[in-house]
Ligand binder design. Sequence first.
Ligand code: C2E
Ligand code: CA
Ligand code: CA
Length: 584
Amino acid sequence: MKILFIEDNDADADFLRASLKSSCAEELDLTHVSTLKDGVIALSENDFDVLLLDVGLPDGEGMECIEVVQSVDPDMPIVVLSGHGDEDFAVSIINKGVQDYLVKQETKGRVILRAIRYAIERKRSERRLNYFAQYDGLTGIPNREFLTGYLDSAITRAEREKNKVALFYLDLDKFKTLNAQLGHEIGDVLLKEVAQRLYSHTRAGDLLCRAGGDEFAVVVEGLTQVAEIESIARKLINSLNDTFLINGREIVASASVGVTVYPDDSKDAQVLLKNADIAMYQAKEAGQNKFKYFTDNIHDEIVRKHKLEEDIQTALRLKQFALVYQSKVDIHTLQVKGMEALIRWNCPTRGLVRPADFIGAAEKSGYIVPLGYWIINDVCQTINNWKCKNIKLVPVSINVSALQFQQADFADRVGEILESHNIDPELIELEMTEGLLMADTDATQKCLTSLKAIGIKISVDDFGTGNSCLAYLQKFPIDILKIDKSFVDDVTLNADSDHICKAIISLAKSLGLEAVAEGVETKRQLEFLRENDCNIVQGYLFGRPVWGKEIANLFENVKHETVLVKSSQATNAQILNMDTEFLT
Ligand code: C2E
Ligand code: CA
Ligand code: CA
């Protein structure tokens, strides 16, 4: 054990040396110096295990001595030896980071030795704790705690040197899914390897740290041009391009990166951290494996979205949602064969809001799930209302979002709602998009089969716009194909659209499904669809969506009859008036 003893009193030094020798079997290497100055030299030139320090020296007194030696070697375990037992002083130096305090006259060799051993041990665990407080146990790189402190000092340096600091915030795409599918152990190995990849793509002087979970941050100092930032971001993203080989499995990983710059975006470390996080989320929304700069627009956008989600929650509570119904008519007889329920939001501050402006937010926040059940309930009530008014009932189709459909008990809950309202399941159709149907084939198959067993019809909405995979049409119990409005828009004007519409109609025919064309606005479109044998048409030509209660009025004079809407009656004031508020 190598001990440095800084003590100006030679007699005290000799006494200590003798008592230590007598009580220690192990070889002790004791270096004694008499001044703080010599102590500093000895400390910087040698490797000692511990420092015994007298705090009454000719060139230093009390706390000052401690500060000086700590500035030379902050990791050195220190035991202070003092001529007097001053409790307050003892407490203050322990707070300063000294490991122990002994009063010279009271110390025997054994006591000092024990104090020395404890001091070394205590310093070691302190260092370890400090390490863990600042470093990530899994990857070994600095953690968020370290990042915050580091960013502060990087800002100070940049301020002095008049240059920029870029903060990159990375988040692995789909890490949660991967973790759930492959297990946490593989997830952990992936995080370690990602840390290594990123590390090998940062330059000396850049800081890489794990900001938490699957998030990493990189701080790059000394930038003079914003142009350099883009290439760094690309480098970070590309560093993950090669697949990872973990436990014999090939794993593909990618990251979304948000970037913010000192002093352009903010001069405050905390604000920069928030900005980078916000920008990262934007990058994710833009489709993963991308990077985005922080901008004030992004910030406003986030605030706006957040407010929208809050308002949706309030709207659910205060029942500000309502449904409108648009008729679907038989292409030959023009008799109403069905209705599509479409949501509207009557917001006191925003006015009447169309689904395009809030369904996305409701899906992202998850509110679409309760909203979806509310919609089904409301449709059931409306159907019962029509029943009371003796109106001939036609099936009502309801739009379903992916998140609703992904609820494990979706089919059961729908069944329960219909039962509780005593609604014939034949009167309900669910409209789903292709993407939704193809996402998870096993779960989809199960859910569709259950819905089918209840007696509910399934319609594929916006057909032709997705990544159509025709195999699922045969596999799943589907009843209806809805030709997307974008194709209907262009028929007779664009040969491609003509072909697509014809193809969808004949596909439906060959699979025994019903073909519905949506968004029919002109007579020409209607004629084309009729010539090509489409079954059902829907669109402004036959009527705009109307409030549920107004449908009852509409049917009032034609009890027991379906409404006959001739295409020439498209301007029928009664029909048009109902949805003029929704005109785009
Ligand atoms: P979608 O299911 O494709 O609904 C058809 C949309 O086209 C409706 O807009 C309808 O009002 C409009 N439309 C119908 N005929 C015509 C026409 O001839 N010309 C034009 N220009 N438009 C026509 P809306 O009501 O704004 O709904 C937009 C989308 O919002 C829907 O598209 C659907 O994806 C979603 N959505 C609407 N209601 C619900 C709902 O209750 N639940 C869910 N999950 N989504 C809904
Ligand atoms: Ca629809
Ligand atoms: Ca549609």
